[in-house]
Design a binder for this molecule. Structure first.
Ligand code: WQD
Length: 356
């Protein structure tokens, strides 16, 4: 297998996207060392793995090494990383709520930018040369054309969160110019949703979900009363915002292909890929699709627009298909079905009592 004998460091490793990627990386026989500070994931009992990772161990029969580490604590980070020899880093660990970043602007900078800086510094100390980065379509700002492509100008992000992704991408671009031994792949996500089809792992944000799909799922399972739709006066067919939703399992496949590519001996420099499905779907489309998948009605009311939102964001997917040999295959119905399997089996997320 491609991953045999290779070790990957996964930051944010207990979180939603990372856990789904770890399942796929373990399938390819990569050894995984995960770090998390539980800022947006559920901690396990003292001295035990977080539930998201312990469930992956049960599911795959493979072992994951885990450290509770905050990327902003450089000495703890250096101490944990120093115990291993890494072939590649996948960096997920960041705050990611567009709306929350307006409220905690500088906390987003200190966490997302300083944390990434610390990681890159220790990567350099340990002579790790390959890096896959969880970036975001928000680096494009307000689209000048649609569908977006990777050569769309890196605009003015519409949120402090978006600026932290833009700034960190530029740090990596600079490093790749001044050190030709390094290889970076930036994966610009659109809207990852859904869950592993088994329902054993899924999306379980702490507190009130900022994102649409987990909020809808929590309404369906009775944890939330109703959905607030942020505006029905957007310049779109039904007045609600359009986004490019992609199944988290497709996204995970994209990460495996990116890791395999960045580890190819000849790879150096920096490449960015949009990981998307190329379909634009509105908020109301998502509500209807989830009602169909769950058989539950999703009550909603129209609220005012949310700061940082744009009317439409969706992407062409040619470059990832051509260069990563990757394309999204799963449909919106698959996303809603799998999200509902997870949420209905785990009404309180990972805090749901473990199945006996
Ligand atoms: C989607 C649509 C909201 C919640 C996400 C990630 C971000 C980045 C891009 C990876 C918007 C509407 C939402 C609600 C609503 N991805 N909405 N009521 O803002 O596109 O950003 O994708 O980096 O990190 O957060 O996703 O799910 O928050 O919103 O009406 O309760 O749903 O206005 O139009 P967004 P989202």
């Amino acid at each position: 297998m491609k991953g045999s004998g290779k070790t990957i460091l996964v930051t944010g490793g207990a979180g939603y996207i990372a856990t789904h990627c770890i399942v796929k990386l373990l399938d390819q026989d990569y050894d995984i060392v995960a770090l998390d500070n539980f800022s947006n994931s559920v901690r396990g009992p003292p001295g035990e793995l977080p539930p998201s990772l312990s469930r992956i161990q049960e599911m795959t029969g493979k072992t994951i090494t885990f450290y509770e580490v905050d990327l902003c604590d450089k000495s703890s980070l250096r101490n944990a990383m120093g115990k291993h020899l890494f072939d590649c880093i996948i960096h997920f660990g960041a705050f990611k709520s567009v709306s929350n970043s307006f409220v905690q602007y500088l906390k987003y900078y200190s966490n997302n930018v300083v944390g990434t800086c610390n990681l890159l510094e220790i990567m350099n100390e340990m002579k790790i040369e390959k890096f896959v980065y969880s970036s975001s379509c928000t680096v494009y700002g307000v689209p000048q054309f649609l569908p977006l492509t990777e050569n769309h100008p890196l605009g003015t992000p519409t949120s402090p969160y978006g600026f932290t992704k833009l700034v960190t991408e530029e740090m990596m671009r600079g490093l790749s110019i001044f050190n030709k031994d390094l290889g970076f792949i930036l994966l610009r996500y659109f809207n990852p949703v859904g869950a592993h089809p088994s329902g054993i792992i899924g999306e379980d944000p702490l507190g009130v979900p900022g994102n649409l799909m987990p909020f809808i799922a929590q309404v369906a399972v009775g944890r939330r009363e109703k959905l607030q739709i942020f505006g029905q006066d957007w310049p779109t067919p039904d007045g609600t915002c359009i986004r490019d939703y992609i199944h988290v399992m497709d996204l995970a496949e994209g990460h495996v292909n990116a890791v395999n590519k960045v580890l190819e001996s000849g790879f150096s420099g920096l490449k960015a890929y949009n990981l998307a499905r190329g379909n634009g779907e509105s908020v109301l489309d998502i509500v209807r699709a989830f009602e169909k998948a769950s058989g539950k009605r999703i009550p909603y009311e129209i609220a005012k627009r949310r700061p940082g939102d744009v009317a439409q964001l969706f992407s062409a997917c040619d470059l990832a298909k051509e260069e990563l040999d990757w394309e999204a295959k799963l449909t919106l119905d698959d996303m809603c079905r799998d999200m509902w399997t997870w949420q209905s089996q785990n009404p309180k997320g990972y805090l749901t009592l473990k199945k006996d």
